[in-house]
Design a protein around this ligand. Structure first.
Ligand code: FDP
Length: 340
């Protein structure tokens, strides 16, 4: 029989990728693979509802606010509950926390408690749902630090550098699952005809410098002078340094960060006069996205400190965020420090 030449790209499902990754860790119990598998299934269930959003009467605002002051939409609640219900009985987790809930989410007493901790933002960018703009879910996984039983606040309030994995799911023109378990960042695209995530973006590396900036310039007047000078600088004409940069701001964090990861440049959500720590949440948004960006060769900072070195003091605390290509983020830090 004629021998076949190796195919240019092999089919790699998310599941196989996770299992092969776990095999590299002697002594691995399979709990971690099971956890990521359950998460990917939860994501598919959320995606199914997201694609129906315009068809069924699921859109519209409820009369309650989440604890960050945003108006919660029905789809947020669905995503929040679906992820919890998918993850509460697998035996992998000892506790969870969600951006939509003020307190810890405990694993019901009668289910087994595992060694991992899950933090998640069930539906980020949800103010964009009605306009069919890309939104997503973000997740962050830690080892528990308490010995056994019910997980506690101590398990949840760990600095981002202790994450064992993190990632996000994008609900856009296609659905993507992007994750890192500390060995590169890998992106999978859902093939809806077979219901499988297939490896489409292997070992993503962020360019060391980009030419795109992403920030809500509407808040310019409230920014500190260093931030204002940084924006003025990247908008100046100087082809030798790639300036002016192009502006791209979707206002849906996962979508803005995903583009930054692929194309390079800088994403900024600084603090300002009204919100000194910005709008984004350290534990649910900044830490997991910082972990992804760093594992792709980028940098994530609050303007002065590495995001992953900050120990959260409370579940829902905010922090400014500057992430992207290393040269661009360093430049922003220089301006903020008065060196620009
Ligand atoms: P949303 O309120 O639509 O959920 O943190 C939430 C978030 O969106 C991010 O996804 C987005 O990047 C940011 O808020 C947008 O905030 P601004 O409108 O202040 O730019």
């Amino acid at each position: 029989m004629e021998s076949r030449s190796p195919s240019a790209s092999k089919f790699m499902t998310l599941e196989r990728h996770i299992i092969e990754g776990e095999r590299q860790h002697p002594g691995a119990t399979g709990q971690f693979s099971g956890l990521l598998h359950d998460l990917s299934l939860a994501a598919k269930l959320v995606w199914r509802e997201v694609t129906k959003a315009g068809l069924v009467n699921i859109l519209g605002e409820t009369d309650r606010m989440n604890i960050s002051g945003d108006v919660v939409k029905h789809l947020d609640e669905f995503a929040d509950q679906t992820i919890f219900r998918m993850m509460d009985h697998g035996g992998h987790l000892c506790v969870m926390a969600s951006e939509e809930n003020e307190d810890l989410l405990h694993i019901p007493e009668d289910y087994p408690h595992g060694k991992y901790v899950l933090l998640y933002d069930p539906l980020d960018g949800s103010s964009n749902i009605d306009a069919n703009v890309t939104i997503g879910s973000i997740f962050s996984i830690y080892h528990r630090v308490t010995a056994s039983g019910k997980g506690t606040m101590e398990d949840v309030l760990q600095p981002g550098c202790r994450q064992v994995a993190a990632g996000y799911v994008l609900f856009g023109s296609s659905m993507m699952f992007v994750y890192s378990a500390g060995h590169g960042v890998h992106g999978f695209t859902l093939d809806p005809s077979v219901g499988e995530f297939l490896l489409s973006h292997e070992d993503i590396r962020i360019p060391s410098k980009g030419t795109i900036y992403s920030m809500n310039e509407g808040y310019y007047e409230r920014w500190e002078p260093g931030m204002q000078r940084f924006l003025q600088y990247i908008r100046q004409e100087d082809p030798s340094t790639g300036r002016p940069y192009s502006s791209r701001y979707i206002g849906s964090l996962v979508a803005d960060v995903h583009r930054t990861l692929l194309y390079g440049g800088i994403y900024c959500y600084p603090g300002d006069r009204k919100k000194p720590k910005g709008k984004l949440r350290l534990a649910y948004e900044n830490n997991p996205l910082a972990y992804i960006i760093e594992n792709a060769g980028g940098i994530a900072s609050d303007g002065r400190r590495r995001i992953l070195d900050i120990t959260p003091e409370s579940l829902h605390e905010h922090s400014p965020l500057f992430l992207g290509s290393p040269e661009d983020v360093r430049l922003a830090e220089d301006f903020l420090a008065g060196r620009g």
